[in-house]
Design a protein around this ligand. Structure first.
Ligand SMILES: CC(=O)Nc1ccn([C@@H]2O[C@H](CO)[C@@H](O)[C@H]2O)c(=O)n1
Length: 109
């Protein structure tokens, strides 16, 4: 079964809902999303739903190959992106770029 839910740290909610953040970078355990499928987005902290996304692609990436284009799609500087990924995944080099588009957001949010 393909996964139909993903969580994000709450601090990224505004840039996801504005459409400025269009990728997330995850480990192998979270790499099994299927392009074309709809996924519910919840906050990591409280499991609150805040939008749905459609998966566009899932692409393997090595940490050392992260570039300015990934940073732009994360709405971060490359330096900040690398620091954040090192905080979440210390010592992990094999990562996955999950590209998505915003489908629906909570009208009350
Ligand atoms: C449980 C768990 O791992 N949750 C994660 C993991 C990653 N991310 C963000 O995705 C991008 C690349 O990693 C960065 O913007 C990260 O902060 C996130 O919001 N929540």
């Amino acid at each position: 079964m393909h996964p139909t839910k993903i969580t994000f740290y709450e601090r990224f909610e505004p840039i996801i809902l504005s459409g400025d953040k269009t990728i997330t970078i995850r480990d192998e355990a979270e790499s099994h999303y299927v392009p074309g499928t709809r996924v519910a987005v919840h906050t990591y902290e409280t499991d609150r739903w805040f939008c749905d996304i459609e998966i566009r692609s899932v692409t393997p990436i090595q940490f050392d190959d992260l570039n300015e284009e990934h940073a732009r799609q994360e709405h971060l500087s490359l330096e900040d992106l690398k620091r954040i990924i090192r905080d979440i995944y210390p010592e992990l080099d094999s990562l996955y770029v999950i590209e998505y588009r915003l489908l629906a957001r909570d009208p009350a949010g």
